[in-house]
Design a protein around this ligand. Structure first.
Ligand code: TA6
Length: 306
């Protein structure tokens, strides 16, 4: 196992070859590779990695608001998706887990956990003014042989209660979006940002078939099976990724498609929309409320099939 930590990023490699790289800016995972060196995440070739803009790709962290919430006074002044993904986090350290059986193949560490922290002391004056609450975030990225776990602890360190939304905006790398299907979202309520609200204002209900994409998709599902029911991303019918959630009831599916990809300055190559799909675990319907001193915890476990 080795951890390298220069002032901008932290990376870890397991003895078996899996690796992860995290930018301190936004605590954004920008690379996750399997033991054979296959990259599992999509990162735009034009992504800003210098802290001037949220990273286009990898796993940006959305907090304390998903999208923008103009009718929510406490977060109305925040930029889209909040400040967590564009703040400089602190690296709090790593911990490893030895394999229980010291056989020849699994000798050494079979997982490593990297911890990152954010509190008001890490925020710009502008962010503190826009959201003046005392909070503490601890974000853990755990790299294992089978997959990647990202979890977040949110603490209210002040006297005032406040509420938040959070989401892990994972950009999965795929070979060809036209062969992708997603299961685990069947017969579930969803909001559709492309279609807009239904005539009744109620959520739509998805069909009992897998989701496939042939144009821009931007939907917020509340999967009927609950967080423990895996959402599976398949390519050509073959399972590529499985996502299980903890304490996060929503799954956002987004692909900008051709026109929006064309319009995003930091989205490259322009036909890169064919090689990515965002399937995002979050608590983004309604608000999570924390009283003084209370904490919230949530996360996702992503399994990657080779
Ligand atoms: O992934 C869902 C979404 O809210 C989309 O509506 C789209 O805006 C995307 O996030 C990217 O947002 P960003 O602020 O990173 O350009």
């Amino acid at each position: 196992l080795n951890i390298s930590h220069d002032n901008s990023r932290v990376s870890a490699v397991l003895p078996t070859g899996e690796s992860v790289e995290v930018l301190l800016f936004g605590a954004t995972i920008i690379s996750w590779k399997d033991a054979k060196g296959n990259e599992k995440l999509w990162l735009s070739e034009a992504a800003k990695l210098d802290g001037t803009k949220a990273v286009r790709g990898g796993v940006p962290l959305v907090f304390p608001v998903f999208g923008t919430a103009p009718d929510h006074a406490a977060t109305a002044k925040l930029p889209q998706h909040g400040f967590a993904r564009s703040s400089r986090w602190e690296f709090l350290g790593k911990s490893t887990s030895e394999s229980s059986t010291l056989s020849a193949t699994s000798a050494g560490d079979d997982s490593v956990k990297l911890d990152f922290g954010l509190s008001p002391s890490n925020l710009t004056e502008e962010s503190k003014k826009a959201w003046p609450y005392k909070f503490g975030l601890i974000y853990s990225v755990t790299l294992g042989k089978e997959g990647l776990t990202t979890s977040l602890v949110v603490q209210n360190d002040g006297e005032q209660a406040w509420e938040f939304q959070t989401l892990m905006h994972t950009y999965f790398r795929v070979k060809d979006i036209s062969t992708v299907s997603i299961t685990g979202l069947e017969s579930s309520p969803y909001l559709d940002k492309v279609l807009g609200p239904s005539s009744t204002g109620e959520p739509y209900t998805s069909p009992s078939a897998a989701v496939s994409l042939s144009s821009k998709v931007d939907r917020v599902y509340t999967p009927a099976g609950g967080p423990e029911a895996a959402v599976i991303i398949k390519e050509g019918g073959k399972k590529k990724f499985g996502i299980v959630r903890d304490n996060m009831n929503e799954v956002v599916v987004w692909n900008p498609w051709k026109d929006d990809a064309q319009g995003m300055g930091d989205f490259a190559p322009k036909d890169g929309y064919k090689e990515m799909i965002c399937v995002e675990a979050g608590a983004v319907k309604g608000w999570q409320k924390l009283e003084q001193g209370e904490t919230w915890e949530g996360g996702q476990v992503i399994m990657a099939a080779n």
